[in-house]
Ligand binder design. Structure first.
Ligand SMILES: N[C@@H](CCC[C@H](N)C(=O)O)C(=O)O
Length: 283
């Protein structure tokens, strides 16, 4: 039998497997299987919690289509909660190895000594320039023109270990993400595909965001995408560095700070939903 847990960070839900106890032989296929709501459990993908030789723990994250990603902001917070609540650590400052380097987590326990929220030092944002002549350095990064489904958008491309294209729009509620999301994801500009954030600026401390995730479709939240969004908002002059920005997503809110040294801090909740057991599927 395979024991798994379902957890979510503001609705971005993954199946978590504790690989200190379980062995997963084919995580790509297992992610596709488990993510399916009818034949599996239903999730945005699969997260493995593993031992690490360079940090306290290690994370591997697979999208619902089985592709492995470099980083996942919401899963970092959930792993922080999992390892503390399950008694795998008694530290509230832990390090987590990811495919995009080591991330540092601060865990905040509630009155029952269960973790309710987690702060993650997400490392440095990397700006992705456009390859056309420009007048200034900043112009190389912001408002890059892209034509999608015959319509022109201005996007700011930011890597948080994984790639994000951030598009600011006057409103995002009426967008047909099932249609434009895949067109961004598979656009010829992104041979490795891309996560796309559609963002409305509410004021200089508040943003609203919807996201189409590479490999999983529209999700209720994306941690790395929210960080990329705040970085893009600062670059475009909507927000300021060192100020806490509240981002409203479909599943809840995240608090993000883009620092002077280009590192990004993310703060948000982590929720344990249930533990399950299943026969290891015939993949
Ligand atoms: N939901 C995640 C990001 C998951 C990976 C992404 N879809 C990719 O392929 O890069 C988050 O919270 O950051």
């Amino acid at each position: 039998m395979l024991t798994f847990s379902k957890m979510h960070g503001i609705g971005n839900d993954y199946i978590y497997i504790n690989c200190f106890k379980e062995t997963v032989t084919d995580p790509e296929k297992l992610s596709v299987f488990l993510s399916d709501v009818r034949f599996g459990v239903g999730s945005d993908g699969l997260v493995l919690i593993l031992p690490s030789e360079v940090a306290d723990f290690r994370m591997r994250i697979f999208n619902a289509d089985g592709s492995e990603a470099m980083m996942c902001g919401n899963a970092t917070r959930c792993i922080g909660k999992y390892v503390y609540d399950m008694g795998m650590t008694d530290k509230i400052e832990i390090s987590l190895e990811t495919n995009s380097g080591i991330k540092y987590l601060t865990l905040y326990p509630d009155a029952n000594n269960k973790i309710e929220s987690v702060k993650v030092d997400m490392g440095k944002a990397i700006l992705v320039p456009r390859e056309i002549p420009v007048n200034s350095d900043l112009e190389r990064f912001i408002a890059q023109p892209v034509t999608v489904d015959g319509k022109e958008y201005a996007m700011t491309c930011v890597s948080m270990g994984n790639p994000h294209a951030v598009v600011f729009l006057p409103e995002v509620d009426s967008l047909d993400l099932e249609k434009i999301g895949p067109s961004f994801e598979h656009h010829e500009l992104f041979p490795d595909r891309v996560n796309t954030e559609f963002v409305r600026v509410i004021d200089d401390h508040t943003l609203q965001m919807r996201v189409w995730e590479r490999g999983s479709g529209e999700t209720f939240a994306c941690g790395t995408g929210t960080c990329a969004t705040v970085v893009a908002a600062v670059l475009n002059g909507f927000c300021k560095k060192e100020e806490e920005i509240l981002v409203h997503l479909r599943g809840g809110d995240l608090r993000i700070i883009y620092h002077e040294d280009d590192t990004v801090t993310m703060i948000g909740p982590a929720i344990y939903v249930f533990e399950g057991k299943m026969e290891y599927p015939n993949l």
